[in-house]
Design a protein around this ligand. Structure first.
Ligand code: KG4
Ligand code: ZN
Length: 340
């Protein structure tokens, strides 16, 4: 069986064809990073318009890369929650049109469930039940994942997402969007102890929450003080840039790693699955791997190309197909986060 999956929740226009054995037949991701670079972040209206321009070429290319024709597709799947409203609408409209045109079922998928499912696709093994940790540009959430589609919210950020903090601090340091990969590169030559940035909640075992907006402000004060100087006028030495990047990354990772293992402890689970763009961070992966080995925890982190947004993780649609969990053609988008 083959499912054609569509992903347009944020700023990647993606489509893939996957089989029930979680084999990837074809996958195309058109990133909009170049368009959003000059704004140092995603501009929702621009993202939606770019999806409109890209969705048909992306679908065409996805089909052209294989011998599979549309008539051999058994269902059309699309992420309809959570995400940017305009972006979600483009993917959903394309998916509905295709489903109607070929007379096959429409399957709605949850983008956060899909991020964790990427671990199962990569592991080619069962991963549930597990603690699912989604760390991306829009989310920093911990879940008790009872199954692929039953998530219980354990905690998350009360303000900025970790990826958002990476992007904003990268902007302060004069680094390009998306900031995560740039910071991680700059941090490689920096001293993670050079600056002591805040790590909210880290010693509070009663909560699995995070807060990154104060950390962002602390970096700002470190760079420009309380004055009005703009980041553009900063004459940062490469050494200071590297030290701030390394110290910032260390503070974020300290919080993420600590709470991930506290979540395992609190939920009495021994499997940790990590998804979302920030999961591509090499230092984050290294630290989790080290701690998992020491604590006899089974750790699954998807390969970097399945951490950032893609349509392959839409293979979670087979879990819905199995139970005939299809959606009607008047399915709507659900931009906001539904916690479980
Ligand atoms: O999952 P994703 O592609 O989109 C959302 O659903 O948000 O995540 C994008 C986020 C961006 O904030 C980006 O800076 C961050 O993931 N990111 C990273 C790395 N690669 C991407 N953050 C830290 N280190 C990385 N290597
Ligand atoms: Zn995502």
């Amino acid at each position: 069986m083959h499912i054609l999956t569509i992903e347009t929740t944020c700023d990647e226009t993606a489509a893939a064809i996957v089989t029930e054995n979680l084999e990837v037949i074809s996958s195309v991701v058109a990133s909009q990073a170049d368009i959003h670079k000059r704004f140092s972040g995603v501009v929702p209206e621009i993202a939606a318009r770019a999806h409109v321009e890209r969705i048909l070429p992306v679908l065409d290319e996805t089909l052209k890369k294989t011998d599979i024709s549309l008539s051999q597709i058994d269902a059309i799947a699309v992420a309809n929650t959570p995400g940017l409203a305009g972006s979600l609408l483009v993917g959903l409209s394309a998916a509905k049109s295709l489903a109607l045109a070929i007379g096959k079922p429409l399957i709605a998928i949850n983008h956060l469930h899909a991020h964790i499912y990427a671990c199962k696709i990569a592991a080619k093994a069962e991963i549930f039940p597990c603690v699912g940790f989604i760390v991306s540009g829009g989310h920093t959430n911990l879940y008790h994942c009872h199954s692929a589609t039953q998530f219980e919210y354990l905690g998350g950020t009360i303000d900025d997402a970790a990826g958002e903090a990476f992007d904003k601090v990268a902007h302060m340091l004069g680094l390009a969007y998306p900031g995560g990969p740039e910071i991680s590169k700059a941090a490689m030559t920096g001293n993670p102890q050079a600056f002591s940035f805040p790590r909210p909640y880290i010693h509070d075992r009663s909560t699995l929450n995070f807060s990154f907006s104060g950390l962002k402000t602390a970096v700002r004060y470190q760079l420009v003080g309380t004055g009005k100087q703009s980041f553009q006028d900063l004459k940062l030495s490469p050494e200071k840039r590297a030290d701030v990047a390394a110290s910032f990354q260390e503070a974020v990772l300290d919080c993420l790693v600590e709470k991930a293992f506290l979540a395992l402890e609190k939920s009495s689970l021994s499997t940790l699955c990590l998804g979302g763009g920030v999961a591509a961070n090499r230092e984050f992966r290294r630290r989790l791997t080290e701690r998992a080995e020491a604590g006899k925890v089974t750790l699954h982190i998807a390969p970097p190309e399945l951490c950032t947004d893609n349509a392959v993780m839409g293979a979670i649609a087979f879990e819905h197909l199995r139970t005939q969990d299809f959606s009607p053609l008047d399915l709507d988008i659900l931009p906001g986060l539904v916690r479980s």
